[in-house]
Design a binder for this molecule. Structure first.
Ligand SMILES: N[C@@H](CCC(=O)NCCCC(=O)O)C(=O)O
Length: 266
């Protein structure tokens, strides 16, 4: 049996009645079916804490990217500028789910908004538009390029902590170089790093691009870029999903009684 990997959904208005729907991009489904070798399970943005019902059945969790921002009230930040997309239904489900997954050693891969949620869930805060801050780069989606190129093209390099968790899962060549080239589709960034997070990669302007959860018993990694878009061409993106999938398979074996059961870190 393949490991069951939960994928967080956004709540989006759909159809002529703008009915609330629960949605995740097909790119996450394909990354789970492909290099992670798992069975994808879509997790609704239900507006409530479902962690007690979901986690006993899951072998891994992907926190997805999204155009919406985490509601700033969760980190005592200033209100968003008018028109900034929010998804309070998603926040209410993902923030407790992240804390519970880490506590129970369920492998976790947090991507873009997902990494921002991970930081907020553990007590960190966010800058809302890093392109407006002095000395910082514009990390947002360029409007003058075709979307496929934006998603699979490389926007900038990131410097990687050579002995970190991320370095241990990427290709030997990138590990030796201590660098990766990544895509970039975000406005927000980590402002105050959560006490339990350790930065593992940085953009040239100092923006934190990857984090790990200190003392986590399972795989617990966040990346600010999008490996789900280019794993078919990019060996490092593929390697991240392969390593995550191995951790999920090990969690499944442990749940079935065929391996060591991860203990809660706290
Ligand atoms: N809204 C946040 C998070 C950005 C993010 O997750 N982007 C994914 C976009 C997916 C796509 O356009 O394909 C921010 O702006 O930082």
């Amino acid at each position: 049996m393949r490991p069951l990997i939960g994928i967080s959904c956004c709540q989006k208005a759909f159809g002529i009645f703008a009915t609330p729907n629960h949605a995740a991009s097909d790119t996450y489904i394909r990354a789970v079916r492909g290099p992670a070798r798992g069975t994808p399970v879509l997790l609704p943005a239900a507006g409530e804490d479902l962690s007690g019902e979901l986690l006993p059945h899951l072998d891994g969790l992907i926190l997805t990217g999204s155009r919406s921002n985490v509601w700033p009230g969760h980190y005592d930040g200033p209100p968003h500028a008018e028109g900034t997309p929010e998804d309070l239904q998603r926040d209410a489900t993902t923030l407790p789910l992240i804390r519970a997954a880490i506590g129970q050693g369920v492998p976790l891969l947090a991507i873009c908004r997902g990494m921002q949620e991970l930081n907020v869930a553990l007590g960190g805060s966010l800058d809302q538009r890093i392109q407006d801050l002095p000395g910082r780069m514009d990390h947002s989606t360029p409007s003058d390029q075709p979307i496929p190129r934006v998603r699979t093209g490389k926007a900038h390099a990131v410097r990687i902590e050579r002995d970190g968790a991320l370095a241990s899962v990427i290709t030997p060549a990138s590990r030796a170089a201590g660098r990766l080239a990544v895509n970039s589709l975000h406005n927000q960034g980590v402002q105050r790093l959560a006490p339990r997070l350790v930065a593992e990669a940085w953009a040239p302007d100092g923006t934190i691009e990857a984090v790990r959860v200190d003392g986590a018993t399972g795989f617990a990694l966040g990346v600010q870029w999008h490996p789900e878009y280019d794993w078919e061409r990019d060996a490092d993106s593929r390697a991240i999903f392969e390593a995550f999938g191995r951790a999920c398979a090990a969690h499944r074996a442990a749940r079935a009684g065929h391996g060591p059961i991860a203990q809660a870190a706290e």
